[in-house]
Design a protein around this ligand. Structure first.
Ligand code: SF4
Length: 355
């Protein structure tokens, strides 16, 4: 979009915001374009935004992010609230790595070597569809975010001898290693090539789904070696969706909010190489001018799904609202919503229980 079109879309958005006042809440994920973040009421990571959505009294919650996030907001929304997404095709590579059919298949196959209903508790990263969350909720399991994975996994192991963590194998492995779960107690489930020999699963305490985020997976150990060579004294901070070999070499690991806090609270002059989505890294660099902040990746990786939402898409969705036209409505069927809500509620319970 040219500057004029951007300005025009921003003006239209501002007009609707003024007209609708508190009836409208615009949420933007940290990986969104700058012009979207600039017009949003709040920006945040998955956990912060789902909390904002749950606490809001707004009639319309417009979610600038990817589809599973808007679905989560719709699951948490109160009666009378409607969630809208400016780009319905904004998916997520990681969320697409698991669906309910594959999950049912895994559940059935694993039942050959363990009593799944009694022994295996599923934990789903929030980067999953509402249907997958519902499956997890129906089985007594919980959702987690990258900032609560540790607490939710601990909660799950207090209730079950085995946990099925999905779909991010690396978040699962990094959390397992922080909790001291040894490699021999972990087994990887590949939904595209279900194993014939299930003996490893029979012994496993933690079963991981073979999924990964195609942004965070791009950071490699050689990137850490390169930035350490090129910038002596550099500190490396990465997201836990990164490969364990990268996490092992980093100085800090944590969720998006943790990364932002860590960089912000570091002394002036600190040099940071950041292993996460580039829009967040660029914003961090711009907001911490007393430090040197740059991507761990070369080239820095962008999330193509997050990049889909443009100011014109947001303006188009907002334009219908004053006349009650709800473009980009996100609907979650009642039966799916109940199970998914249970899984999300158990996440808050696990976070509260950990103090
Ligand atoms: S960065 Fe990765 S996990 Fe996040 S929305 Fe994009 S593909 Fe999904």
């Amino acid at each position: 979009m040219g500057d004029y079109q951007l300005e025009e879309a921003a003006t239209k958005i501002q007009e609707v915001k003024e007209k609708l006042g508190e009836d409208l809440l615009i949420l933007a994920h940290h990986y969104q374009r700058d012009e979207i973040v600039a017009v949003a009421d709040f920006r945040g990571d998955s956990l912060e935004l789902s909390r904002r959505a749950a606490d809001s009294d707004a009639r319309w919650i417009v979610f600038c992010g990817v589809h599973f996030m808007a679905e989560t907001a719709a699951i948490l929304a109160r009666p009378g609230q409607q969630v809208l997404i400016p780009r319905e095709d904004a998916g997520c590579y990681l969320a697409h790595s698991v669906d309910r059919v594959q999950l049912l298949d895994a559940w059935e196959r694993l039942s050959q070597v363990m009593h799944v209903e009694r022994e295996l508790l599923p934990v789903a990263y929030v980067n999953t569809t509402a249907e997958v969350k519902a499956f997890v909720g129906e089985k007594g399991g919980a959702c987690c975010t990258s900032s609560s994975a540790n607490q939710v996994l601990t909660w799950a192991f207090e209730r079950s001898p085995r946990v099925f963590f999905l779909p991010d194998q690396y978040l699962g492995r990094n959390t397992a290693s922080a909790l001291g779960i040894p490699e021999e107690e972990i087994a990887l489930w590949d939904p595209h090539h279900p194993p014939q020999d299930l003996s490893r699963f029979k012994r496993a305490r933690l079963v991981l789904w073979r999924g990964a985020c195609n942004v965070h997976v791009r950071f490699l150990p050689q990137d850490v070696a390169r930035v350490r060579r090129e910038q002596p004294g550099v500190l490396v901070v990465v997201h836990p969706e990164c490969r364990p070999e990268v996490v092992a070499l980093a100085d800090e690991v944590g969720s998006t909010s943790y990364i932002i806090r860590t960089v912000k609270n570091s002394p002036p002059g600190t040099v940071w190489a950041v292993g996460t989505e580039q829009r967040l890294v660029a914003r961090l660099a711009a907001e911490n001018l007393d430090k040197l902040v740059f991507s761990l990746g070369d080239p820095p990786p962008y999330c193509s799904y997050m990049s889909l939402t443009r100011l014109s898409d947001l303006a188009r969705v907002l334009a219908g609202l004053p006349s009650g036209e709800e473009r980009g409505r996100v609907e979650v069927p009642a039966e799916v919503r109940a199970g998914a809500r249970a899984a999300l509620d158990r996440m808050w319970e696990a976070i509260r229980a950990s103090g």
